[in-house]
Design a protein around this ligand. Structure first.
Ligand code: GLU
Length: 561
């Protein structure tokens, strides 16, 4: 049997597949400056977008953008069992939401996924013929071969290798089909046995392959001598083959990916070499980690999809973290000097900061929710009230429509409530997330006041006093008075009911008083805001219309009778 005959037997559609040369010609060189970086984010759409995915995408985008290069999105969905179509949409939407904009690949257009760019398809399952074309070439060149080992045979091989304390894999005497006779192959094909295509590895496990990783530095690892699978029995390529072909044809200059792929790099370099292509630069970035106590020891481990809520990007969205805060936090993880930069660049233009591979942390960065919260408070505190209002409204619209409705019903009051304390204490760090806003300003809405009030009145003011104090206040107060007059009203009320008009007076002679001015203030704070944790009382009073304030105080005064 000739090789051509074998190829036709392996792939019944081989005659319809373009030659590898055709694809070489199809994709032009990119006309970019020599220093321009072409990078990509290549997620597998398996139902979830990990915060580490946003981190990787962000680094890829920034490095390309900074060098006036190209950043593209490629969907790696060749694991047919695990891939989910909905996740592609999720990924595209999330990248957009976080401001990670790609130059090529998939985007949403009129609620439909659309591709743009000259190097597509950008979804791997649509590139089946491209992979097949190169597989045919490799088989033709004697660099790949069909293997009919069954799952059971592979299990036995693995068990035997483990018993012999040898590394597992398909190599040496275990690569049974590597040198199979053509009649054996023909017979297996005629029996319709399922097969994979394996690499006929030329590597020598005793020798080392060396390269420079842009983040990890000089690396030396054993050459690959394993006949790894290139094409699976379902006709889709493995990650190894797809990565090499795609990044070659798409003219990627820098493969910036998680360092879980570092150990596979010898295979990738080998494949580039066997196909006669120059490999890209590799930058393996350390994962985001978490510390966990196991048997009394603090262990660092990767943020886990299974164990940690914050591994899922939706965690940050649901909890109302501004995208800007998450991005600033990730940039801080990438390069700790970014924090200093953004504190001095509050208009928040990332592009002013120069990122470099050599400054990326080489070991896993520790995820720290408190740090993210700090950054977020800082970022929100520098937003304008309009920006806070618009973002909080957008978030609430999705996650708390009842609150969004109130924000829209009372836009001016809401903005004034958001502004509380900012004027007296410029840039007060009052809000950490959009979710945080409702429990902090709920009291301004009559519709939420009764439902959400949490604090009770000071215990040292009895019911009768409470009611008369509020009544006296209502008799003396109107919206035109000054802060000083308001204070003097409260003080005279305090004196009338035998509460010290200052805390120092109270402390000098506690037995003479029922309490002090602070208790009177607290009574009004709870009456008006429903919580002891509300902002400065005078500031709150000044944003309330008189009617709202009087209705609230009246209802409490009458409820107490
Ligand atoms: N699909 C791979 C992953 O999600 C991509 C790795 C790469 O960037 O090459 O891990």
């Amino acid at each position: 049997m000739t090789t051509e005959l074998l190829i036709n037997k392996l792939f019944s559609d081989a005659h319809q597949i373009h030659s590898a040369d055709f694809f070489e010609q199809l994709y032009p060189e990119r006309s970019l400056q020599e220093t321009a970086i072409v990078s990509r984010f290549a997620p597998s759409p398996t139902g979830f977008l990990h915060i580490g995915g946003i981190y990787t995408a962000l680094i890829n985008m920034l490095m390309a953008r900074q060098s006036k290069g190209v950043f593209f999105l490629r969907i790696e969905d060749t694991d047919i069992v695990r891939s989910q179509k909905d996740t592609i949409t999720l990924i595209v939407n999330m990248l957009l939401q976080f401001g990670i904009i790609h130059n090529e690949g998939l985007s949403m257009c009129d609620n439909m996924l659309k591709e743009n760019g000259l190097y597509g398809p950008y979804i791997q399952t649509n590139r089946k013929d491209i992979y097949k074309s190169y597989i045919i070439q490799l088989v033709r060149d004697g660099l790949a071969y069909p293997c009919f080992l069954t799952t059971e045979e592979l299990d036995n091989i693995r068990t035997e290798q483990r018993l012999l304390k040898m590394k597992t894999g398909c190599y040496g005497p275990w690569a049974k089909w590597r040198n199979a006779r053509q009649d054996e192959i023909l017979e297996a094909l005629e029996n319709k046995e399922s097969f994979v295509i394996r690499l006929k590895s030329t590597g020598n496990g005793i020798k080392k392959i060396e390269w420079h990783d842009l983040v990890k530095g000089h690396i030396a690892m054993a050459e690959n001598d394993n006949d790894i699978i290139l094409l699976k029995s379902d006709g889709f390529p493995t990650y190894h083959l797809a990565h090499v072909i795609d990044d070659h044809l798409m003219k990627t200059t820098h493969v910036i990916r998680g360092d879980e792929w570092l150990s596979s790099t010898p295979v990738h370099l080998q494949l580039f070499n066997m196909l006669g292509w120059a490999p890209p630069n590799y930058a393996h970035i350390a994962p985001i980690e978490k510390e966990e106590e196991i048997d009394g020891h603090m262990i660092r481990r990767k943020l886990s999809k299974r164990k940690d809520n914050e591994a899922n990007i939706l965690f940050f969205i649901e909890n109302g973290f501004p995208e800007k805060s998450v991005i600033a936090y990730l940039l801080h993880l990438m390069d700790s000097s970014f924090e200093e930069f953004y504190k001095n660049n509050l208009d928040y233009k990332i592009d002013g900061f120069s990122f470099s591979f050599s400054k990326f942390s080489n070991h896993g960065a520790l995820f720290d929710l408190d740090k993210l919260k700090n950054i977020s408070r800082e970022i929100i505190s520098h937003m304008s009230i309009e920006e806070i209002y618009n973002n909080a409204l957008l978030w609430s619209n999705k996650w708390d429509p009842e609150f969004a409705f109130l924000m829209m019903e009372y836009p001016q009051l809401t903005k004034m409530a958001l502004n509380l304390e900012r004027e007296v204490q410029k840039n007060s760090k009052r809000f950490t997330t959009w979710k945080d806003i409702k429990p902090k300003i709920f009291f301004i809405y009559d519709e939420l006041f009764n439902e959400y009030k949490i604090s009770s009145f000071p215990e040292n003011i009895n019911k009768l006093d409470r009611c008369s104090i509020i009544q006296d206040f209502l008799n003396a107060f109107n919206k035109d008075i000054t802060k000083e007059t308001w204070l003097s009203i409260l003080k005279s009320i305090a004196v009338k009911y035998n509460y010290a008009e200052s805390i120092s007076m109270f402390n000098k002679n506690k037995l003479n008083y029922k309490g002090h001015i602070g208790d009177i203030m607290m009574l009004f704070r709870v009456a008006i805001c429903g919580t002891t944790g509300a902002p400065n009382l005078w500031d709150v009073i000044s944003i309330f219309e008189q009617d709202r304030l009087f209705n609230r105080l009246n209802s409490i005064a009458s409820a107490e009778l």
